[in-house]
Design a protein around this ligand. Structure first.
Ligand SMILES: Nc1ncnc2c1ncn2[C@@H]1O[C@H](COP(=O)(O)OP(=O)(O)OP(=O)(O)O)[C@@H](O)[C@H]1O
Ligand SMILES: [Mg+2]
Length: 258
């Protein structure tokens, strides 16, 4: 069944809604990590979510992917309500994500990490890599795609941080998500691997994948993105094309804290 979609006019013409939130709120004690965040990301595009440290970007990712429960507000994905759904249901709906700090199994090999990624979540997962030949072929194909196929037998803890990020990206791709949410894919990664990650995002997007990328590397954000949303203090303060956002004084103010 095809999920209902809604057309929405933007400065770039008619686009289709992807992930959308309305008035999402999440507080930790007195800290309003999300303070009524209403955001619409665009299907088939590279969307970026930027903002100063502590502006709520990771909390936003966690709420919309079901890792933590928002206090209030709603989330839809391609027009279907996914508010409060468990992470595996949201993944099944087509949304995959990476983490700001890599989530890989350090003592499993690179290949095994992908074969674990494909197992169902929760207790059933048991860190037992799949032995299915199709899964193994797919995993090898993805390792080649991210450029670490020569490391398939290496324990993940022996990879460089950038290689671990590439492994995590391959893990996200194992489930063939329609929409990919990346939390700081270039953070702590050397420039050569940042270029590779950027090329991967571009080519996957050309194949139809939607991206929502949180990233502090502005050069990367501005060169990759079709649409940029800027957070400050738990809610969007500005959005638009990279050039629109770059020239908005509110963005500079948010980053400078004035
Ligand atoms: N588990 C938690 N317990 C208490 N406070 C939290 C928790 N998670 C986030 N916060 C607070 O919520 C606010 C938003 O944090 P969040 O990690 O979402 O920001 P961010 O935009 O991802 O920042 P960064 O760019 O540094 O990764 C911050 O003030 C943070 O300290
Ligand atoms: Mg964060």
């Amino acid at each position: 069944m095809t999920a209902p979609t809604t057309d929405v006019g933007t400065e770039a013409g008619t686009t289709v809604r992807s992930l959308e939130t309305v008035e999402l709120k999440k507080a930790y004690g007195g800290v309003k990590a999300l303070d009524g965040a209403s955001v619409t990301f665009q299907h088939g595009k590279v969307n970026a979510l930027i903002g100063p440290n502590g502006s709520g970007k990771t909390t936003f990712f966690n709420c919309v992917t079901g890792m933590i429960k928002a206090d209030s507000g709603s989330t839809t994905y391609r027009g279907k309500d996914i508010t409060g759904h468990a992470p595996h249901r949201i993944a099944r709906a087509g949304v995959g994500r990476s983490f700001q700090l890599c989530r890989i199994f350090p003592r499993l090999t690179v290949l095994e990490n992908l074969l674990v990624a494909v197992r169902p979540g929760g207790l059933a997962r048991m860190i037992l890599p799949s032995r299915d030949a199709t899964d193994i072929d797919r995993a090898r194909g993805l390792l080649a795609r991210v450029g670490i196929e020569h490391l398939e037998g290496t324990e993940a803890r022996d990879l460089s941080y950038g290689q671990q990020k590439l492994l995590e990206l391959a893990g996200v791709l194992m489930a063939d998500p329609e929409t990919i949410m990346l939390d700081e894919p270039a953070g702590g990664v050397n420039p050569a691997l940042i270029d590779r990650i950027a090329d991967l995002v571009r080519s996957l997007n050309a194949e139809g994948k939607t991206f929502i990328v949180v990233e502090h590397n502005m050069e990367l954000v501005m060169s990759l993105s079709d649409h940029v949303v800027v957070f400050d203090r738990g809610r969007p303060i500005c959005e638009g094309t990279p050039s629109v956002v770059q020239n908005d004084p509110r963005v500079l103010e948010a980053y400078l804290g004035i």
